[in-house]
Design a protein around this ligand. Structure first.
Ligand code: SAH
Ligand code: SF4
Ligand code: F3S
Length: 470
């Protein structure tokens, strides 16, 4: 199909760069899969690639700035290699098609969140002229497309696309559209095929996993889905992200507690601890209800890790509102938190609200929040020093290649000494030292032979600007 690009006998190459969340990562693997299907091989760097895809995010403003910086750099390379193709896809492309066209006319292809499947066709068309196409509705569910996974033993599995909520700070519904759930049988078939291919851990993805199935059956089906996937022999770990606190219910907690493969970790985005701000955000829960849900999950699942997202500096947030957030942070004892400074986004209700705060005020609150959370994260990690944890080995540690790295079922990062410990295998690690963001330990040996050697888990590979992930 890509005749005019593949003109020489030299193997043509591609590189996909991911800027966004896990869903973005999932879509990148699909775009890589389609390009490999067209005969492209993965390049070592964007500078060397024949096709470079930027899979963009627009959740906060700095994402825009980063994209245009990168495109400026690519222009200099394209001036030297005019045959190379530059593709911009993802959420920022969905939002800003015309701006990209205007600011970076050297871009060859723009495609949005609803038409990933068109990538090969648009690339072929771009041999004649720039091919820009943004749709308002998903044509082909991205999960139906071939994937080139970045890990042989971990897979992202999308259970729904889009979002039906209207959190006033959030641009996602505008760029991802309304919620559409996938059929349970399709999801199960995909996970069975992944396990047959050597995957031992899956992360189920949806903007609000707890409302999964409402559009299929009139009732949420997430707990049922967890139970059905738990039956799959050879699947060691199921993770999911994210449940919305308003829809997080006892049936999901029961399924988490009863399903062997569902990890003891829940990511429950708080956003704010002030009832007044939660109302302005249209989150549809109060701090009391939120804390009740945290208690429900901690009571039902011993040792469960609870992590969260918090936004500081929402329009009109007072020092009193911020204190309320600190109180909830103290009460919930989050094992880790992703903390964000509010960023006004087009197409969101909060952007037009009064009371946008000066940067210095937001920064000062943000610093206090991070300091408070780091102390709690450290205490949470210290509490497991002396225990032995099951760790899924990801490979050599980036900090110290003489050590190995992996994650516990509670999603804690562990760097450890361990000879002969293979990537993608389960190891028993004695935890010796705690830090706010990671643990250190020593391997006591491998778990039973459950899977073949596998590769690193990209679970933390999100551009969310994590300030305190455990
Ligand atoms: N669907 C997910 C959230 C996806 S966005 C959920 O509801 O859990 C991931 C996180 O980015 C959000 O939880 C929020 O904390 C943060 N975020 C979203 N919009 C933001 C904005 N305008 N400014 C700052 N942070 C934002
Ligand atoms: Fe955004 Fe809210 Fe939907 Fe999450 S639930 S994607 S924060 S609108
Ligand atoms: Fe994800 Fe960013 Fe889009 S957080 S859904 S890639 S706006």
């Amino acid at each position: 199909m890509l005749r005019s690009i593949v003109v020489s006998t030299k193997e043509k190459t591609y590189l996909v760069r991911t800027f966004g969340c896990q869903m973005n990562e999932h879509d990148s693997e699909r775009m890589a899969g389609m390009l490999e299907g067209e005969g492209f091989a993965k390049a070592g760097s964007a500078e060397d690639a024949d096709v470079v895809v930027f899979n963009t995010c627009c959740i906060r403003e700095n994402a825009d700035t980063r994209l245009y910086g990168n495109l400026g750099h690519m222009k200099r390379i394209k001036d030297l290699r005019p045959d190379m193709r530059i593709v911009v896809g993802g959420c920022l492309a969905q939002k800003d098609r015309h701006i990209i066209q205007q600011k970076a006319p050297w871009v060859d292809v723009v495609l949005g969140t609803h038409n990933l499947a068109s990538l090969p066709r648009l690339l072929a068309e771009s041999c004649e002229r720039p091919a820009f196409e943004i749709l308002e509705q998903t044509e082909v569910f991205p999960s139906a497309l071939p994937a080139r996974r970045s890990s042989p033993w971990h897979a992202w599995v999308s259970i729904s696309i889009g979002c039906n909520n209207s959190c006033t700070f959030c641009i996602v519904p505008a760029v991802r559209g309304p919620e559409v759930s996938r059929r349970g049988s399709d999801i199960k078939a995909e996970v069975e095929a992944l396990v047959a291919d050597g995957v031992v851990e899956v992360t189920l993805l949806g903007q609000n996993v707890n409302s999964y199935g409402r559009d299929l059956d009139g009732t949420p089906l997430f707990a049922k889905l967890l139970r059905s996937l738990d039956d799959i022999a050879g699947l060691e770990r199921i993770r999911f992200t994210s449940p919305h606190p308003k829809d997080f219910r006892a049936d999901t907690v029961e399924a988490m507690a009863e399903c062997r493969s569902v990890c003891e970790h829940i990511h429950l985005p708080l956003q704010s601890g002030s009832d007044r701000v939660l109302k302005l955000m249209k989150r549809a829960y109060t701090r009391r209800r939120y804390l009740d849900k945290v208690k429900m999950v901690r009571d039902a699942i011993p040792g469960v890790a609870v992590t969260t997202d918090i936004i500081v500096g929402f329009p009109g947030e007072t020092e009193g509102d911020f204190q309320a957030t600190l109180e909830v942070v103290d009460a919930a004892r989050f094992d880790a938190a992703y903390t964000f400074q509010y960023s006004a986004r087009p197409m969101t209700a909060a952007a037009d609200m009064p009371g946008h705060l000066p940067k210095e005020v937001v920064q000062e609150r943000y610093d206090r929040l991070v300091e408070r959370q780091e102390a709690i994260s450290l205490a949470s990690n210290e509490a497991i020093v002396g225990s032995t944890e099951e760790v899924l080995v990801e490979g050599p540690s980036k900090k110290n290649p003489a050590k190995l790295t992996g994650r516990t079922r509670t999603n804690r990062l562990v760097h450890f000494d361990g000879k002969g410990t293979e990537e993608g295998r389960l190891a028993s690690v004695a935890i010796a030292t705690a830090h706010p963001h990671f643990l250190e330990g020593r391997s006591e040996g491998m778990g039973e032979e459950r899977s073949a050697a596998r590769m690193p888990l990209p679970l933390a590979a999100t551009a969310s600007g994590c300030s305190a992930a455990g």
